[in-house]
Each structure stands twice: as structure tokens, then as C-alpha cells.
Design a protein around this ligand. Structure first.
Ligand SMILES: C=C1C[C@]23C[C@@]1(O)CC[C@H]2[C@@]12CC[C@H](O)[C@@](C)(C(=O)O1)[C@H]2[C@@H]3C(=O)O
Ligand SMILES: O=C(O)CCC(=O)C(=O)O
Ligand SMILES: [Fe+2]
Length: 456
């Protein structure tokens, strides 16, 4: 972690303060320090912020300082920026005329209280340095037969179960949530995202709730995304979520609350249809967990700005907005604007297909907890988001989760009717969530809870 004394000293960086690993980069740093009047404070601010682009009338060069987010636990919002920083505005990558990339690794020596900045090669390309991965520029396969279920259709329960067995995913139409309610939240959150970076960061860093940018979770995952993560239960609402709701205009709060009420209903309706479709007598076996007043559900709003020139610079592939993962909860209910980007992985485990967006519908994904409760009958679906070059994507996802103390294990009725052995150990949602939040996005978290003998 950064030494706060060093961080706050507004002095030029002494030349011997940084070292380069290969003899190329020193001049670049000197140029940056001299031409841009960068002082120690500012450099530290960038580093602890993790990723920042800037421009200004007197600034002829633009720098991206990139680091592995997991190496810094110092929250950027605790740093009081100096006036120089305030005069620099956050800018979209596509506004940038000249890019200079630095890869900065800060090594702190606790004994001597010194910090060394090691810079990678000046010649390094974006591909070498940019930590947001890209996908190979291969033609995208669009899933033609996206399973679509009219929630009011008499066969909905069977169609849902079939889609969840085949894809772990389906599109829900005829859900009775007014479009206006969805666009209202979309517009209110867009107002939030349009604020300056400094303003937005007052609601961060995510703990996991709050505003986050580029860093996803706390284990080094990075994507071309900024987001708001809120927990939805008023009784267990985190101080960060509360602060966000109260700091922002009333309209924002109403939009969030109204949306949560409506989307929770959709979530429970789908879960009841699923239980029915699986032949489970207790229709509310899944939905009661989400309806429970202690339910640990949350709402996430992801904003993926168009990646423009950064994409071109990165070799033409799409930037990863949100890397591949499964959602740990029971099911997730996703609604997005009409910008594409969502992809799911087919059951072969290797083919990725794009899901055409539909701003009037919900997309439902099976989460890990449902996989456990159905003993693997319904499997959680790997999904990811790639950014669009020209259009921003805004998505809001409701993650229906059980109460923290809820024990998760395959349902006895499923084991009996299918004459199966349990594939999973019993664990509480708290235990699973803790393990999940310690893992990287792409990690197969359920493997930690599989019964080894049954899995073989
Ligand atoms: C890298 C991570 C982000 C995440 C927590 C985790 O350690 C692994 C699971 C991630 C995920 C995916 C679905 C949801 O977006 C999320 C809120 C969740 O419950 O699990 C995120 C977590 C997060 O962003 O903190
Ligand atoms: O933003 C999206 O469309 C999906 C993001 C996602 O999968 C998540 O937040 O867990
Ligand atoms: Fe997800």
C-alpha cells in the first residue's frame, strides 16, 4: 500500500525515485514530469486511482497509468486531490489525440519508507500494457434461436425449464413491468454516470457496494465498465448504498426503489414457474428465499462507454467490458438498453454467442446457487460483456440471492425423484458468497463445494 506521507507530498518526483527495468523509460517519465508539471502527489493519485485518463488546455500529452488493481488497497476516494488534479478532466478515450502508455508498478519498501516506480518499456504497445483484455477479432456468432418465454403462456414453466437445461438462460417477454419504469431508472443512472469522475468517486470505492470503475471485485479483475452496486434489502442495506440513495436527488432513489419492487416480482414469478416446471410440489421453494426479508439480493447498474479508439489501438478486438463468469446467486434478471454486448457460453464450454439486445425484455440467467439446489439439473451459465465501438451500453441486473444464513444443498425432492446422490456439500450462502468474493471472476467457484467422490 502507498505510504500516505509520500503520497501527500506535493514535490516533483526526484529522478532517483523511479527506476526503469530496461533502460528505456526514464526519459519518458522525465518528460511527463517536466512537461505536464506532474508532481508526486498527482502521480500517486493516478496510481492509487488505478486507471485515469486526462487532458487539459496546456497538456499536450495524455497518459494512462495502468496497474494491477489488486496491489493497491488504498481507497482513492480518501485522497484529497490538489488543484492541479482538479483542473484535469476525465475524458473518454476516443477524445484522445495522443496516447502515452506507462505501466507503473509501485514497490514500497516498508523499512525505509521509500517507494520505487518501475516503468516498463517505452516502446511497449497497448496490447502489452493494457490490462483490459480484448477478444480475438473473430466474426461474432449471434444466437439465432434465443429461447424466449412469454411469462403468461400456459407452457411457460416447461419452456423455462427446457431453456435453463439447454442454455442456463432465456429471454422473458410479456412480464408486465412497464417500459417507463425501466427507462426511468436508465435515465436516472445515466445522470449519475454523467457526473465528473471526482463526484462519482464520492460513492466509491465499492465495498462491494457503491460506485466502481474498471476494477471488478477485489481480486484484480478489470473491465471497460463503470458501475453502481446496491444491495436491495432495506434492513441489511449497506451504509454505502444508503449514502448513494440519500446523496442523490430523490428521483434517483424513487427510480431505484420502484424498479427493485418490480424486478423482484419478475424474479419470484420466474422462480415459481421453474419450481412448477421441475415438478416440485412446494412452488415457492426458490422464490421464498428472495422474498425473505433477509434476502441478500442486489442490484447492479453497469455502464460500458463506447470504446472507440482504444479498441482500434488494442489490435482491433473487442474490449472486455465484463469478463466471463457465472453469477453466484439463484437467478439474475437483466435488462439493458438496445446496445449489444452480452454473450453467453454454450454448453460445449467453448462457443460464445452474442445475445441481441432487447430493451423491452428481461434476460434471465441461472446462478450457481440454483445449480446446487437442483443438483446440477439447471446449470449456471457462463457469460461476459464485450464493449461496442460506437454505442454505450447500460444494463441493470437484479441478482436474486438467499439470506446469508440460508443453507444451500440439493433439494431432497429432486434427489429422490431423480434417484441421485448429492453432488455438493451443504454450505450457507454466507460461506459461498465469502468464497466467491475471494475468487477471480472467471474462476469455477462451485468446484470448491463439490463432493469429490460424487463428481468423479
Ligand atoms: C471478481 C468478483 C466480482 C464479483 C465478486 C468476485 O470476486 C467474483 C464474483 C463477482 C460477481 C459476479 C456477479 C455480480 O456482478 C457480483 C456483484 C456478484 O455477486 O458476484 C459480482 C461481484 C462484484 O462485482 O463484487
Ligand atoms: O452488464 C451486463 O450486461 C452483464 C453484467 C454481468 O454479468 C454482471 O454484472 O454480473
Ligand atoms: Fe453476471
Amino acid at each position: 500500500m502507498f505510504n500516505p506521507d509520500v503520497r501527500l507530498r506535493p514535490e516533483p518526483i526526484p529522478t532517483d525515485f523511479y527506476q526503469n527495468s530496461n533502460g528505456h523509460s526514464l526519459k519518458l517519465v522525465q518528460d511527463l514530469v517536466e512537461n505536464l508539471n506532474i508532481n508526486m502527489f498527482l502521480l500517486s493519485y493516478w496510481v492509487s486511482t488505478g486507471f485515469l485518463s486526462f487532458h487539459g488546455p496546456t497538456v499536450s500529452q495524455i497518459a494512462f497509468l495502468v496497474h494491477n488493481a489488486s496491489s493497491f488497497s488504498q481507497p482513492s476516494s480518501t485522497i484529497n486531490p490538489n488543484p492541479l488534479f482538479q483542473s484535469l478532466s476525465h475524458t473518454r478515450a476516443s477524445d484522445i489525440t495522443l496516447l502515452v502508455f506507462l505501466f507503473v508498478i509501485v514497490i514500497e519498501n516498508k523499512e525505509t519508507s521509500t517507494t520505487m516506480v518501475v516503468l516498463s518499456s517505452q516502446q511497449a504497445t497497448l496490447n502489452d500494457l493494457f490490462p483490459i483484455n480484448t477478444c480475438k477479432p473473430t466474426p461474432t456468432t449471434v444466437l439465432k434461436g434465443v429461447p424466449e418465454v412469454d411469462l403468461s403462456h400456459p407452457d411457460a414453466k416447461t419452456l423455462i425449464v427446457n431453456a435453463c437445461i439447454e442454455f442456463g438462460f432465456f429471454k422473458a417477454v410479456n412480464h408486465h413491468v412497464p417500459l417507463e419504469l425501466m427507462t426511468n431508472l436508465e435515465n436516472e443512472t445515466l445522470k449519475f454516470f454523467k457526473q465528473t469522475q471526482l463526484e462519482k468517486e464520492k460513492a466509491g470505492p465499492p465495498d462491494p457496494f457503491g460506485y466502481g470503475s474498471k476494477s471488478i471485485g477485489t481480486n484484480g479483475d478489470i473491465g471497460w465498465v463503470e458501475y453502481l452496486l446496491l444491495n436491495t434489502n432495506p434492513d441489511v442495506i449497506s451504509p454505502k448504498s444508503l449514502h448513494l440513495l440519500h446523496q442523490n436527488p430523490n428521483k434517483f432513489r424513487c427510480a431505484v426503489e420502484e424498479y427493485i419492487l418490480a424486478v423482484k416480482e419478475v424474479c419470484c414469478e420466474v422462480l415459481e414457474l421453474m419450481a412448477d416446471g421441475l415438478g416440485i410440489e412446494e412452488r415457492n421453494v426458490f422464490s421464498r428465499l428472495v422474498r425473505d426479508e433477509r434476502s441478500d439480493s442486489c442490484l447492479r447498474v453497469n455502464h460500458y462507454t463506447a470504446c472507440g479508439e482504444v479498441e482500434a489501438l488494442s489490435g482491433g478486438g473487442n474490449l472486455i467490458g465484463f469478463g466471463e463468469h457465472t453469477d453466484p446467486q439463484i437467478i439474475s434478471v437483466l435488462r439493458s438498453n438496445n446496445t449489444s454486448g452480452l454473450q453467453i457460453c454454450l454448453r460445449d464450454g467453448v462457443s460464445w454467442v452474442s445475445i441481441p439486445p432487447d430493451h423491452t425484455s428481461f434476460f434471465i440467467t441461472v446462478g450457481d446457487s440454483l445449480q446446487v439446489m437442483t443438483n446440477g439439473g439447471l446449470k449456471s451459465v457462463k457469460h461476459r460483456v464485450l464493449t461496442d465501438t460506437n454505442m454505450s451500453r447500460l444494463s441493470m441486473i437484479y441478482f436474486g440471492g438467499p439470506p446469508l444464513n440460508e443453507k444451500l444443498a440439493p433439494l431432497p425432492s429432486i434427489l429422490m425423484s431423480k434417484k441421485e446422490q448429492s453432488l455438493y456439500k451443504e454450505f450457507t450462502w454466507r460461506e459461498y458468497k465469502n468464497a466467491a468474493y475471494k475468487s477471480r471472476l472467471a474462476y469455477n467457484r462451485l468446484s470448491l463445494f463439490e463432493k469429490k467422490s460424487a463428481a468423479q
